[in-house]
Structures are given as C-alpha cells and as structure tokens.
Design a protein around this ligand. Structure first.
Ligand code: HEC
Length: 149
C-alpha cells in the first residue's frame, strides 16, 4: 500500500513538473495534431477552398458540408489576428463569458472534458483570447496574439 501511494505521489509530482516546465504552445507541437484530428475533415487541403473563394460560392460549399481551407500554419493564422480578426476565437469559444458557444466548439471533442482540454490548447497558442473584430480591436490587443509556429 505504501509503495502504491509513493508511486502515485511520484507520478503526480513528475506530471506537475513536466507541465509547468513544458514550453509554450506552438503550432507544430500542439495545434497541428489537434487540427488534423478534429478539423481537417471539413477544413482540409483536398477539398477546401480559400476563404474568399468560399465566400464567393458559399451556398455551394455549404451544401457539400465543406468549410474553408485552414490546414496550414499560414492559413490558420489568417483567422486569428488579421484579416479575419478573432474568427478562430469566436468560433471555438465555449460561451462561458458571452452565454453562447461558437459553432465550432462542438468539434473540439466528444466529451465536455475533452472540449475544455482542447480549447485550453487553442487558448494557450493564441495568447490573447479576444473575440473582437478588426474594427474594434486595439493595437495592444493584437499584440497579445502570439500564435507561435
Ligand atoms: C463537420 C464539418 C466541420 C468541422 C469538423 C469543423 N468545421 Fe469549422 N466550419 C465548417 C463550415 C461548413 C464552416 C462555414 C460555415 C460557418 O461559418 O459556420 C466553418 C467555419 C469555420 C470558421 C469560420 C471562418 C470564418 O470566419 O468565416 C472557423 C474559424 C472554423 N470553422 C474553425 C474550425 C476549427 C478550428 C475546427 C476544429 C476544431 C472546425 N472548424 C471543425 C465546418 C466544419
């Protein structure tokens, strides 16, 4: 019994140390694997159009259940700071402060626990989790958006 207890304490301690020492969230380590698991089916390269092409023929793409392309670092950051400011955050937000979750939040996981975990990864990666649009955002707020590669 004592050894079990000691092992549990050891595992918890190591987990805590590795979490607090882990480096900042990056696209390559944290976001790409998550995106590939949860989002690529509708936002992937094979079928997904560029944002502006999507907008031009929105109904056609929607009828196919297809979203716009976001499956590279360059594509995804388009939806953070500029030009589609705050889009990723508005869509993935859990609605805890606004009262209404973004419509992509559901895809973050199959349980609430998983969705919250993955939302945290996105939040760590983005930095300043602002829901503001380009016309409302300040330079300081933009500066807080990190999105490390
Ligand atoms: C089942 C298909 C599907 C999945 C899975 C999906 N999306 Fe979407 N997504 C769409 C469609 C279709 C649209 C366009 C319609 C709309 O605006 O809601 C969209 C729109 C978006 C937008 C809005 C872009 C804009 O400003 O117009 C963002 C951001 C987004 N998705 C992010 C994600 C992320 C991140 C994931 C993974 C966690 C994800 N989506 C998973 C289908 C999907």
């Amino acid at each position: 019994m004592k050894t079990v207890f000691t092992s549990v304490v050891l595992v918890l301690t190591l987990t805590f140390i590795s979490l607090s020492w882990s480096e900042e969230a990056t696209y390559r380590r944290h976001i790409k694997p998550l995106f590939d698991a949860k989002c690529i089916g509708c936002h992937g390269q094979d079928a997904a159009p560029e944002y502006y092409a999507f907008k031009e023929e929105k109904d056609m793409w929607l009828s196919k259940g297809q979203g716009m392309r976001m499956d590279t670092y360059s594509h995804l950051v388009f939806y953070t700071a500029w030009p589609d400011t705050g889009a990723l955050m508005r869509r993935l937000d859990d609605g805890k402060t606004t009262g209404k979750a973004g419509n992509m939040y559901q895809y973050l996981g199959s349980t609430e626990e998983e969705r919250q975990q993955n939302l945290k990864l996105f939040k760590d990666w983005v930095g300043n989790w602002t829901l503001k649009r380009w016309k409302d955002i300040t330079k300081e707020e933009l500066d807080g958006i990190k999105v490390k590669y």
